[in-house]
Write a new protein. Structure first.
Length: 312
């Protein structure tokens, strides 16, 4: 693949944990996501010339921005110096939503510079840089967001040392409804409240659900997927941070959702469905419910994105 002078890429939002798979499972969404335009210029150095959709929250300083920091890591690894780059970042997803906003920006930057340089690295080879970028953004280098955003589909983090990420099968009709209530649940704060110990019976139930979910994905057994989408460990601690959580769960399940839970560290919630029309129906109902409670929200209905980061 030849080097290019300009590329535009898309990196999808993600929903980490898949309800029962805390820190080891994640999936990519078709909507929303981030876009980046990266172009070569004559003047050496990395510049961020434009950021849109961030409400002024993200720094234009390339030393402090996840996108430029990720690009610099790849350039250093490839020993490329004195190159001139200009970045335009188009945030098309909410920040601090539990949808992997920082991961999407990181992946967009990594994938863009790799494409610009003629794709010297595979997506798998970009993953370690993605972990470092996520660590810069959130303080933790977890792969459950960056892996699906980069690789697409549903990913399982088998190990970190060595890093081993597995793409799991995606059932054809599996879709999801995502609701982002406009309340703040910072990722670091959401991690701090988690218990460091759990009862053995809860751990056993959780392990069974993870195994059942993975089996359901391989066999495209929606009943097994549904019965496995329960979280006995993380959700009981975090759900109280999200307004109307139990009420939204009851609405989603009664309306035919396969399962309902927290997306990432929240405050977004996710309902998994069999088919996009059911996802749209549940998204509408949940938004209407929050509206009656005077809570603003964003709603998304999406199939599972099996491509991950792509050049537009």
């Amino acid at each position: 693949m030849k080097e290019k002078d300009c590329v535009r890429v898309f990196a999808p939002a993600t929903s980490a944990n898949f309800i029962c798979g805390y820190d080891i499972l994640g999936l990519a969404l078709e909507d929303p996501g981030d876009e980046i335009t990266l172009r070569k210029v004559d003047s050496p150095g990395i510049k961020i010339t434009k950021i849109t959709g961030d409400l002024g929250l993200l720094p234009l300083d390339p030393e402090k921005n996840t996108v430029s920091a990720s690009i610099k890591m790849v350039l250093d690894h490839l020993r490329i110096k004195n190159i001139g780059l200009e970045i335009e970042l188009f945030k098309k997803m909410p920040i601090g939503s539990g949808l992997g906003s920082s991961a999407a920006s990181t992946i967009a930057g990594l994938f863009a510079i790799n494409q610009l340089l003629g794709a010297p690295l595979t997506k798998q080879e970009l993953l370690p840089f993605a972990l470092k970028g996520e660590e810069l953004a959130c303080g933790h280098g977890h792969a459950d967001n960056v892996a699906p955003s980069l690789l697409g589909g549903i990913t399982l983090i088998h190990s970190y040392s060595p890093l081993h990420v597995i793409n799991l099968p995606v059932p054809k009709k599996l879709c999801c409804s995502i609701i982002f209530p406009h309340v703040e649940v910072p990722t670091r704060a959401a991690r701090k409240i988690l218990k460091t110990q759990t009862e053995l019976k809860n751990a056993v139930s959780q392990w069974g659900n993870i195994a059942g979910l993975v089996t359901g994905l391989f066999t495209e057994d929606y009943n097994l997927i549904s019965s496995s989408l329960k979280d006995y460990i993380i959700e009981p601690t975090r759900s109280f941070l999200i307004p109307e959580f139990e009420e939204m769960r009851n609405i989603a399940i009664k309306s035919g959702a396969l399962g309902f839970g927290i997306s990432g560290s929240g405050p977004s919630v996710v309902a998994f469905t069999q088919g996009i029309e059911k996802a749209k129906e549940i998204t509408k109902m949940l938004k209407q419910h929050l509206g009656k409670k005077s809570i603003e929200s964003n709603g998304y209905s999406s199939a599972i994105n099996t491509q991950g980061a792509v050049e537009l």
